[in-house]
Design a binder for this molecule. Structure first.
Ligand SMILES: NC(=O)c1ccc[n+]([C@@H]2O[C@H](COP(=O)([O-])OP(=O)(O)OC[C@H]3O[C@@H](n4cnc5c(N)ncnc54)[C@H](O)[C@@H]3O)[C@@H](O)[C@H]2O)c1
Length: 331
């Protein structure tokens, strides 16, 4: 692969602009094309981020015909993730797709099969895995031993407008995927069942359910409980949520932003070692580049990330059925 990895990006909306800033700041990659259904949005976003002379198009197909790229950054809305990613994989590109990989486990499976047939990497950008204070939390947990009880409180009150306001389950599908995915990382195992109740508070400005409570059991016996809302004004948590992990040796808590705090059973405080790793989408881009260059398997490669989508799907199902739902972990 050439020194710089040649990228095209599809989607130039809110997050697409964040990706353009991210690509502009990374010397390992070169953006050669940008597409959006709204051509004017793509043109303006490219110009605003200093990308002159790149191909601009309305569709991925047009971009693929006009460029010779190594990989696609897929920042379209979730409903377009599968078709967009599969088209690029079929044409021999690796894909870094925004979360959620797709809106259903069935769609994820199709994408994984397409990537396997094309022999190309399909990775998901789970940007909330890349947080320096989270790494410090993980280092404390490594000292404390196996996490058997993990909880996350997530309470925010954003007014987005756009696709989230119309979704049936905006919190579970578009947001809780981050916390469910982090629970897999922190517990270091895959979930086997969930009991969930999602609902919409009377004052909600969302059409669908903006609040939920879910309890997952993991294959190693650990339990993860999530309580959250996207319409909870006042005393909001961080965007990562507020976490607490219990082990036989002690407890660690992380507010999602600042240095975590940990204490052993005898009251000894564990230091928080905060490093200088790349954070957020800069972290996922760095891991994608590393995987393309070395063949390493990224932590959110689609074949394992599907388990995070499965958690969301099973939580939605549990709420609809008013019953515990089993999960069959993949990979
Ligand atoms: N990691 C994070 O923290 C984070 C934060 C926000 C959004 N996201 C994710 O990023 C993705 C995009 O979200 P957003 O907020 O930018 O949405 P958005 O609606 O602001 O932008 C999406 C853009 O994609 C374009 N688009 C949709 N389908 C397309 C297609 N088939 N071909 C070309 N263009 C197409 C739309 O025209 C729009 O401009 C979603 O998957 C979302 O969940 C992630």
């Amino acid at each position: 692969m050439a020194d710089q990895i040649r990228l095209i990006q599809v989607g130039a909306g809110g997050m697409g602009k964040g990706w353009l800033r991210n690509l502009a700041a990374n010397p390992d990659v070169e953006l050669v094309g940008l597409a959006d259904l709204d051509l004017a949005t793509a043109e303006a976003a490219a110009a605003d981020h200093g990308f002159t002379g790149i191909e601009i198009a309305r569709s991925l197909t047009e971009l693929l015909d006009r460029t010779d790229a190594d990989a696609l950054i897929n920042v379209t809305t979730p409903d377009a993730h599968r078709a967009t990613s599969e088209k690029a994989l079929d044409r021999g590109l690796a894909v870094l797709c925004e979360k959620p990989l797709a809106e259903s486990v069935a769609e994820c499976r199709s994408m994984i099969d397409t990537a396997a047939a094309a022999d190309r990497l399909l990775m998901v950008s789970q940007s909330r895995r890349y947080v320096r204070t989270l790494y410090a939390f993980e280092r404390q947990l490594a000292e404390l031993g196996r996490v058997e009880q993990l909880s996350c409180e997530f309470f925010k009150a954003p007014h987005f407008g756009g696709f989230r306001d119309q979704m049936d389950e905006p919190l579970l599908i578009d947001m809780a995927i981050h916390q469910f995915d982090l629970a897999r990382k922190l517990i270091g195992a895959e979930p086997v069942s969930v009991r969930c109740r999602s609902f919409n508070p009377s004052w909600s400005w969302y059409a669908g359910n903006a609040a939920a409570e879910a309890t997952f059991e993991f294959e190693n016996g650990a339990v993860f409980s999530f309580v959250g809302s996207w319409c909870a004004p006042g005393l909001e948590t961080s965007w990562n949520g507020r976490w607490r992990a219990s082990t036989a040796a002690g407890t660690a808590i992380w507010d999602g932003d600042h240095e975590p705090v940990a204490e052993t059973a005898d009251g000894t405080e564990l230091a928080a070692e905060v490093g200088d790793e790349p954070e957020g989408i800069a972290g996922s881009l760095a891991e994608f580049v590393q995987a393309l260059r070395t063949g390493s398997t990224p932590q959110s490669e689609a074949r394992t990330n599907i388990n995070s989508v499965a958690m969301v799907e099973a939580a939605v199902r549990s709420s609809r059925l008013d019953a515990t739902v089993s999960l069959q972990p993949a990979a």
